[in-house]
Design a binder for this molecule. Structure first.
Ligand code: FAD
Length: 315
């Protein structure tokens, strides 16, 4: 038995979610003494190879080809399907946009079930996963011979210790299927920490009232705290913040050290994306707002007074 982890790699950088997925893979492998291999797929992979080699896998497989550069599901799935013929029992992805794009295609082509957003491993075939926006944790058993899994990275903390470098092998890449092509990519450029991996997040909701207020009130606070900026879906839908800042069931799932929720109610769909934060601070004028049900520190106040006062107090 062996477990295959598909690395989340962008522009020759291995994303942190890969290391968490490896932790989950190790847990699965521990039940059967299985090997854990890491597939690094992309194009012109140089810097990512030594990082992958020391990430905690037993072996690194490199699939480097021009048509894998855009991480498209069709070409990547074809290469993975070729690889799994050599006897893998589990294929793991992170629950990132990348994993959510490729894993379903792999599972469908193999005609097996996909286990999404796994948060705990109970045995090599039994896992916990959230349902109903995190209100229910279901324990599910995978009965297929080959198990396709996406892993919630915030549920598996990667070890900080360095791993010894392992063997790196090139693997066979299937031909370009020419089914799809990425014609452009717009990446949001920001000096702020990345929302998915930030240790502090300041997040705003509809209570801010406008894009101008979102920027005027939250940005100085985020600057002061060295925080990433997040938003509720209502704030995103109203145009206060760009889409990539949405936290929640249909946005990003985060688990920072500190999550500051400003003028957002704490709807279950929002909580689904941030309830695992270590410390939650909420500022809301409604003492009955659900966010106070999960907050470690709650301030019932008008945000337009409270946030400037907080900033002034730290001068
Ligand atoms: P509101 O619920 O309107 O809350 C605004 C809050 O601001 C209120 O609590 C109010 O008391 C407070 N407030 C107002 N003025 C002030 C002031 N001056 N000072 C202090 N406080 C003030 N939502 C997400 O966030 N993320 C998701 O991923 C997500 N996915 C969804 C998926 C589905 C299928 C569905 C149906 C919904 C989803 N939603 C999601 C939407 C969710 O249900 C809520 O509608 C949304 O989270 C509400 O955003 P909000 O808290 O900013 O707004």
């Amino acid at each position: 038995m062996s477990v295959l982890v598909i690395a989340d790699v962008v522009d020759d950088v291995v994303l942190p979610a890969t290391f968490s997925t490896l932790v989950a893979a190790r847990q699965i492998a521990s039940f059967t003494s299985a090997r854990v291999d890491l597939l690094l797929a992309g194009h012109q992979l140089y810097a990512s190879i030594p990082v992958a080699a020391s990430a905690g896998a037993d072996k690194v497989l490199v699939a480097d080809s021009e048509h894998l550069a855009d991480r498209g599901a069709e070409n990547l799935a074809a290469t993975i399907l070729l690889l799994v013929q050599s006897g893998y029992t589990h294929i793991l992805f992170s629950t990132s946009n990348f994993g959510k794009n490729v894993a379903p295609r792999v599972a469908a082509k193999l005609d097996v079930a996909q286990f999404s957003d796994v948060v705990a491993v109970r045995s090599e075939s039994v896992y916990d996963r959230p349902m109903y926006a995190g209100n229910v944790i279901a324990t599910v058993e995978a009965l297929d011979r080959l198990k396709v899994i996406t892993v919630r990275s915030t549920a598996f903390q990667p070890a900080t210790a360095e791993h010894a470098a392992v063997a790196v092998e090139q693997c066979v890449v299937t031909q370009d299927l020419k089914r799809s092509e990425v014609t452009g990519r717009q990446a949001a450029v920001s000096d702020r920490p990345d929302l998915a991996s930030a240790s502090i997040i300041v997040s705003g909701g509809r209570g801010l009232g406008s894009k101008e207020n979102y920027e005027r009130i939250l940005e100085p606070l985020a600057d002061k705290l060295g925080a990433a900026l997040g938003a509720s879906r209502a704030a995103v839908d109203a145009g206060f913040a760009p889409n990539e800042r949405q936290v929640g069931q249909t946005g990003k799932v985060v688990a920072p050290e500190i999550y500051v929720a400003v003028g957002l109610s704490g709807a279950i769909q929002h909580l689904a994306g941030m309830r695992d934060s270590r410390i939650i601070v909420a500022i809301n004028s409604d003492k009955d707002a659900p966010i106070f049900g999960v907050a470690n520190y709650g301030l019932v106040a008008d945000l337009f007074d409270a946030v400037p006062e907080w900033l002034a107090a730290t001068e």
